[in-house]
Design a protein around this ligand. Structure first.
Ligand code: ADP
Length: 270
């Protein structure tokens, strides 16, 4: 187990065969460890809302005469099931992203449009906290990829910027094209992230303050989804932050060659 045996016939050696024994146990063990960790984390995360819902159902049964308590328990059940559903959705998304060839239905994507839509979908939570989302700049060339996945990534970043910021602050989304890269940054005036935590926030289920994250509807998977989407598109995501002074998440994606598919020669029949 963990050993790969390759029987190869090397052309230059004529009829001679070479037996290659490669021991990649470390690699296999590491992958297994990561998978086991993931399964353990998923089980743990799912148990919390499921357990809460079942306890609440019992309490609801006992409190039948107390209308106020019934309403309270029902509200909490609703919240826990919403959490469960967000969690399941994120887990499915993440496992889909870990499969090969995610961007198989790739096409030229206009990032400006994707950002506008991602902002739009965060309109309600932003308004409820009186947070202004200000978009500036422009991406000049399309990015080759999957518009739905890219949208999910930017929606997650903007969603975080709103959730980890106090009311009446501002979220900035900056767009610019530089050195063949589309550079998109999401800046907030929120609680910030310390240097040590910056290295960990992209890990699955890592949360700086689990209670706060749960309370605001977080699953702990948002940033790992962002990271997977971005790396699937050949890009990178980085974070800059000072504790208590807000954060900036920057995504860099390779732009398509200018005019690559608009040059007249490429157009069949003109
Ligand atoms: P969650 O669903 O908990 O938000 P994420 O993977 O999106 O999970 O983020 C991981 C953790 O990183 C969060 O729980 C939070 O502690 C921290 N975090 C993410 N975005 C921000 C931000 N804009 N400002 C401050 N902290 C953040």
């Amino acid at each position: 187990q963990g050993t790969i045996i390759v029987l190869a016939r090397v052309a230059s050696l004529g009829e001679e065969y070479v037996l290659i024994l490669a021991d990649d146990r470390t690699e296999i063990t590491r992958t297994e460890e990561i998978r086991n960790d993931f399964v353990a984390n998923v089980s743990h995360e799912l148990k919390t809302p499921v357990g809460a819902i079942s306890l609440l159902a019992e309490a609801l049964d006992d409190a039948a005469e107390d209308q106020e308590a019934v309403r309270r328990f029902a509200r909490r059940m609703h919240k826990e099931s919403a959490r469960l559903s967000a969690l399941v959705q994120d887990i499915i998304e993440l496992s889909r992203l870990q499969g090969a060839d995610v961007v198989r239905r790739g096409r030229p994507v206009n990032i400006n449009t994707v950002i506008a839509e991602a902002v739009d979908r965060n309109r309600l939570p932003a308004e409820s906290k009186q947070i202004d989302i200000v978009v500036g700049g422009r991406i000049n060339e399309p990015v080759y990829g999957d518009p739905d996945l890219l949208m999910t990534a930017f929606r997650n970043l903007i969603d975080n910027a709103i959730r980890y910021s106090p009311e009446r602050t501002r979220v900035g989304v900056g767009l610019r094209s530089r050195d063949g890269l589309a550079e998109i940054s999401v800046t907030d005036q929120g609680i910030g992230i310390t240097a040590e935590e910056q290295e960990r926030v992209f890990e699955r289920f890592y949360r700086i303050d689990a209670a706060r994250s749960r309370q605001t509807g977080g699953t702990g998977l948002g940033l790992s989804i962002v990271k997977h989407v971005v790396s699937n598109h050949g890009g990178e995501v980085t974070v800059w932050s000072q504790n208590g002074q807000g954060s900036t998440f920057t995504v860099r994606l390779p732009e398509m060659e200018p005019d690559a598919d608009t040059s007249p020669d490429d157009k069949p029949g003109g």
